[in-house]
Design a protein around this ligand. Structure first.
Ligand SMILES: Cc1cc2nc3c(=O)[nH]c(=O)nc-3n(C[C@H](O)[C@H](O)[C@H](O)COP(=O)(O)OP(=O)(O)OC[C@H]3O[C@@H](n4cnc5c(N)ncnc54)[C@H](O)[C@@H]3O)c2cc1C
Length: 473
């Protein structure tokens, strides 16, 4: 579709989640006349539902704890993890911008206390900065900053398509049946989690979980960014990029930490990972199995002693989750037959279909490690390495099935410009956040990388779009 009317705005930003709010603020600060169009009733997107962790290296919080770290070390970590599945110029931009982003968020009133700086997993140094007030606080402060600027914000405004000039450049949007012209457009309309067809096409790793798959994220994130970018001639990439969380099939809620007190096996009965690994590592271990599933095995004594991780309790108090791995819920699920109960390991193997010999061998080995007080096989912390004793025994099936972050969408360069399959930028089109492809890479980098990249690239996209637009005036 071509736009024929006069230019209404310098920059239109589509989607007012974390990336879009940052883009709109940055574009306005660069002197552009900006409109921010949001499909939902209010701003925030998935960012407002998030824990709010921001992954960043070389920050004031790290220095306060005497931690030596640099953006370059984070670049190397991301590249090692994701190899060529995330473009180096984009990784560099995100890692270099992330400490500046954190500083700026601090200036606008989002506090990242030193006491909340954590290691995303057992191998990484503390880099995940958690704000007071979770992602909701980040959104609240961005919204306040937006209100101080002369940005036209329209909620309940779902953009349908991009307008293109005869030369292929993007020159506006179509929303509510009307065309609005702009010199540049930023796609920041989140990911594809709410679109089963796009999930099928771009996140094949979710197929293994069958009908267990469900999306946790903003309801309007239906892949519009990917769809509109594709129609504008963008390179679409990021197949199987994104984060699935492992879940049992008995509680449709989000409890990503734990249970670390079980023995986790595949259907051959083999242990596959330290059970206290980070949530994305648990998912990856399950995704690596032929049938992409596993079973949490435990006895009654362990179940009755189950206590949620303190950080889960904090999220619970904030009302963002309810608990799955606690005795009351487990008892209910045993009664419903979703958690299987058996009088012997052989019987449990028969009930679950897990290889009986493998399960018996793993149990003997696991108990021996627990008695020795050291998991020399996988390195699980001794605190949660507890032998299984007398029957009854239990098994809860887990699959990586919760779609929480998707990374399939428009290919961008280090300037957040959307590029064609040829690598050339599409004039006037920028993208940030989950609407981009390959930015997260094939493997999830760790808690806080999604927000760090969405907000950092959002700021870059806003500045670059404004510069492009102002140069056209
Ligand atoms: C429960 C949960 C916890 C998380 N915790 C963390 C964490 O601690 N740290 C971390 O790094 N990541 C976390 N993530 C992931 C992270 O929050 C997201 O990847 C990131 O916030 C995405 O930002 P975004 O701006 O791309 O999308 P969003 O914040 O989802 O914003 C997209 C916006 O676009 C709007 N939109 C969609 N289509 C259109 C359209 N056609 N027209 C107009 N508007 C449209 C949507 O309504 C939405 O408001 C979490 C995610 C969830 C769901």
């Amino acid at each position: 579709m071509e736009a024929k009317q006069a230019t209404d705005y310098d920059v239109i930003v589509i989607g007012a989640g974390g990336a879009g709010l940052c883009a709109a603020i940055a574009a306005a600060d660069a002197g552009a006349r900006v409109a921010l169009l949001e499909a939902g009733k209010r701003v925030g997107g998935s960012t407002a539902l998030a824990g709010g962790f921001v992954l960043a290296a070389g920050t004031a919080q790290q220095r306060a704890l005497g931690i030596e770290d640099t953006p370059e070390a984070m670049v190397q970590y991301v590249l090692e993890r994701n190899g060529t599945t995330s473009p180096e110029d984009v990784v560099r931009r995100v890692c270099n911008e992330a400490p500046r982003l954190l500083e700026w968020l601090g200036e606008i009133g989002v506090e990242f206390p030193v006491s909340r700086l954590v290691s995303p997993n057992q191998r990484m140094i503390p880099r995940a900065h958690e704000p007071d007030g979770f992602g909701a606080r980040i959104v609240e402060r961005l919204d306040y900053e937006l209100s101080k600027r002369n940005v036209d914000l329209a909620c309940n405004s779902r953009v349908e398509e991009l307008l293109r000039a005869a030369d292929g450049s993007v020159c506006g949007v179509r929303v509510g049946g009307e065309s609005i012209a702009a010199r540049a457009v930023v796609l920041s309309c989140g990911g594809i989690g709410g679109n089963p067809e796009l999930l099928h096409r771009m996140l094949p790793k979710s197929h293994g979980a069958g009908d267990w798959v469900w999306h946790v994220g903003h309801e309007h994130n239906k892949g519009d960014g990917l769809r509109m970018a594709e129609a504008a001639g963008a390179k679409i990439c990021g197949e199987d990029s994104g984060l699935l969380l492992a879940t049992p099939n008995f509680h449709r809620d989000l409890e990503v930490i734990g249970p670390d007190w079980v023995m986790l096996v595949n259907t051959k009965g083999e242990r596959i990972v330290r059970e206290d690994a980070a949530y994305w590592e648990l998912s990856e271990a399950l995704e690596a199995q032929d049938d992409r599933r596993g079973f949490c095995i435990f006895d009654r004594e362990l179940m009755l002693a189950a206590e949620p991780d303190p950080r889960v309790l904090e999220a619970l108090a904030a009302g963002t989750i309810s608990l799955s791995w606690i005795p009351r819920v487990l008892e209910e699920q045993i009664a419903k037959g979703r958690v299987l109960q058996a009088g012997s390991i052989a019987e449990l193997a028969a009930l679950t279909g897990v290889d009986a010999g493998g399960l018996e061998r793993s149990l003997q080995r696991y108990n021996a490690l627990a008695r020795a007080g050291e998991d020399t096989d996988f390195g699980k912390a001794t605190r949660s390495l507890k032998a299984l004793g007398a029957p009854p025994y239990y098994a809860a099936e887990v699959r990586p099935a919760i779609v929480i972050v998707t990374g399939a969408g428009a290919a961008v360069d280090g300037h957040a410009r959307v590029v064609k399959p040829s690598g050339d930028a599409i004039p006037g089109l920028y993208a940030a956040g989950e609407s981009t492809g390959d930015v997260y890479g094939r493997y999830y980098v760790g808690s806080g990388y999604a927000i760090a990249s969405a907000l950092s690239l959002g700021r870059v996209a806003g500045r670059e779009a404004a510069d492009f637009a102002l140069a056209q005036r």
